[in-house]
Write a new protein. Structure first.
Length: 217
């Protein structure tokens, strides 16, 4: 198969496996999604969803969050890891949203990426899932699978994102990035597949003999 043929096969099969693409992080609006995505850095979505109900019961708007002491935020989000940095970021971005954006989450990559604790991946998730803007957030699952499927060299996540955007139609980016994540978690895990065991890896590379050593994100 050519790279384009592999991409077409992957998109078709993932759509069959995951016709619905629910957002894994529980949220109510763009602000709570932004906070949940920030908390998900180096943490599982399951753990984030266990922590956010208590946090959002205390404060679920920038105005309410800005009134909460950083120490209190840190206490609540501690199970998510990196709590000192994340708590400061949540408090800081809440104040910026009030001061510079009228208490609303901005609808641009540039404005989002200027917020404390918000990198390109977090901004991409918010833009795609909160506002429906085409984006292709690349997490560790996508970075690893794109290499196993020879869709990218895996030099870094930025390169992986560029390569995937060239291969797949823009209209599919928002759903496809979630489908790859779902598949990576369920079938092509870091330990469960070496690039030759899961259904898609076997279909794409039936003659593969050596495991794929994916570059880290």
């Amino acid at each position: 198969m050519t790279k384009a043929e592999r991409a077409a096969f992957i998109a078709t099969r993932l759509a069959e496996l995951y016709p619905e693409t629910p957002i894994p992080l529980d949220h109510r609006d763009p602000f709570t999604l932004l906070i949940a995505v920030l908390l998900s850095a180096q943490c599982t979505d399951v753990r984030v969803n266990e922590v956010t109900p208590r946090l959002f019961a205390l404060a679920d708007t920038p105005e309410a969050m800005a009134r909460v002491a950083v120490e209190k935020i840190q206490e609540i989000i501690r199970p998510c890891g990196l709590s000192p940095q994340k708590a400061k970021a949540i408090a800081g971005l809440s104040r910026i949203l009030i001061d510079e954006h009228g208490g609303r989450v901005p609808h641009s990559f540039e404005a989002l990426e200027r917020l404390p604790g918000v990198g390109h991946k977090t901004a991409s998730v918010v833009m795609s899932q909160a506002f429906g803007v085409p984006a292709f957030p690349v997490d560790t699952h996508i970075h690893r699978l794109a290499q196993r499927w020879k869709l990218t060299s895996g030099k870094n996540v930025a390169q992986t994102e560029r390569d995937l955007k060239r291969l797949f139609p823009e209209s599919e980016w928002n759903r496809l990035h979630l489908r790859i994540i779902f598949y990576g978690r369920e079938h092509c895990t870091a330990r469960g597949c070496d690039g030759s065991r899961c259904e898609i890896c076997r279909a794409l590379f039936p003659g593969r003999k050596r495991p794929v050593r994916a570059r880290k994100a």
